[in-house]
Write a protein that binds this ligand. Structure first.
Ligand SMILES: Nc1ncnc2c1ncn2[C@@H]1O[C@H](COP(=O)(O)OP(=O)(O)OP(=O)(O)O)[C@@H](O)[C@H]1O
Ligand SMILES: [Mg+2]
Length: 257
């Protein structure tokens, strides 16, 4: 469903010059699967997810969603994808209900279909108690639920979550993780970024460990722990990162000498 091949993104940065944020990464995500991008701050996770959701264009490489290219078939891709970040703008004056309805209309949904879908989503995400609360009076958790409902309104086969649990309390975060699981069980294709290890351990069918724009390794938790002969996932993660950093430092020294 999602195919990424040799994807690269460079930014022109005032201080760093030409900066490689995503460096020739490749992965695929199938329907009915939760794929986790795990990496520290600045690893390149958001950049990858923004390319997938057609907000950014890649410098080189290819990304497709359901066979459609994110650059040349952007409209088709947008129809198939829902994007949830932790800083989606909420219109201050619109209520939760109005906001989700508005996005449904933007996707061209008809009255009956939209109403049915909204009732279903508001139940599922437990949003009925703040249907009529305007954006300006919403808590972080409420805003996040509205962002999720808005991303799911057109029932896309692919959902992208960029650090979606950031700022949520334990209860709301747990509810979100269980919604994500049920979406997987309904055959959706899910990609999820985080720097919280326990989230990927509990949720993801496959994991890619990202650092400085590269995927250091990927596979299921069982595959990764077997390959690195390390049962403790946290140890495995830090081991990979520090080996990669040492390697980079040696390479840099080699170039300098
Ligand atoms: N518009 C931009 N111009 C220049 N550099 C950028 C731009 N956007 C991102 N970067 C850089 O690209 C790198 C990857 O950023 P990105 O936001 O993709 O990382 P991330 O893994 O999502 O990090 P975080 O966990 O902090 O959200 C960082 O070094 C960042 O500073
Ligand atoms: Mg990010």
């Amino acid at each position: 469903m999602i195919q990424v091949q040799h994807l690269t993104k460079t930014y022109e940065d005032l201080h760093r010059g030409r900066f490689v944020a995503v460096d020739r990464i490749s992965f695929t995500v199938r329907p009915g699967e939760i794929f986790g991008l795990l990496g520290p701050n600045g690893a390149g996770k958001t950049t990858v997810l923004r390319i997938l959701s057609t907000v950014l264009s890649p410098t080189s490489g290819i990304a497709t969603v359901d066979g459609f290219n994110v650059e040349s078939d952007a409209a088709e891709v947008r129809r198939r994808i829902g994007f949830v970040s932790n800083n989606t703008a909420i219109y201050e004056r619109m209520t939760a209900w109005e906001l989700v309805e508005y996005f449904g209309r933007l996707h061209g949904m008809g009255n009956d279909q939209l109403l049915h879908r909204m009732e279903n989503l508001f139940d599922r995400l437990r949003m009925n108690d703040f249907r009529n609360v305007p954006g300006s009076k919403m808590s972080t958790g409420m805003r996040q639920k509205v962002s999720i409902a808005r991303a799911m309104i057109h029932d896309p086969p692919v959902l992208v979550f960029d650090e979606a649990t950031l700022g949520l309390d334990v209860l709301v975060a747990r509810n979100l993780l269980s919604v994500i699981r049920s979406l997987r069980d309904a055959g959706k294709c899910l990609i999820f970024s985080t720097h919280i290890m326990s989230e990927v351990e509990r949720l993801c069918d496959r994991i890619a460990i990202m650092h400085r724009g590269r995927i250091l390794d990927s596979g299921s938790l069982a595959e990764l722990t077997q390959r690195h002969r390390e049962d403790d996932f946290e140890e495995l993660f830090f081991g990979l990162l520090s080996r990669h950093e040492n390697l980079d430092a040696e390479l840099a020294e080699g170039v300098a000498s």
